[in-house]
Design a protein. Structure first.
Length: 85
């Protein structure tokens, strides 16, 4: 998977670009989510997400979806998904 090389911190745009295949599309998605301003700069929320690893973002999504705390979840890097232990 191409996105396996963009798993660390400060690679939000690179990882999303690898996932969708086009940087313009990735930027559009980030703008729609509120993580990037139209100027191309990350918003405060975007900077928080960018400072997370792919694992931390997946666990954060899982916590928002199902509750609990990040430690309650196990990350699957192949699926970029966190599930409850």
């Amino acid at each position: 998977m191409a996105t396996q090389k963009h798993m660390g911190r400060f690679s939000l745009l690179k990882r999303l670009t690898a996932q969708v295949g086009d940087e313009d599309t990735a930027r559009k998605i980030l703008i729609e989510r509120g993580h990037m301003a139209k100027s191309g700069r990350l918003t405060v929320e975007g900077m928080k997400r960018d400072a997370m690893t792919a694992e931390e973002r997946a666990k954060d999504r899982a916590v928002k979806r199902s509750g609990g705390k990040p430690a309650d979840y196990v990350y699957d890097p192949a699926k970029n998904y966190a599930r409850r232990r």
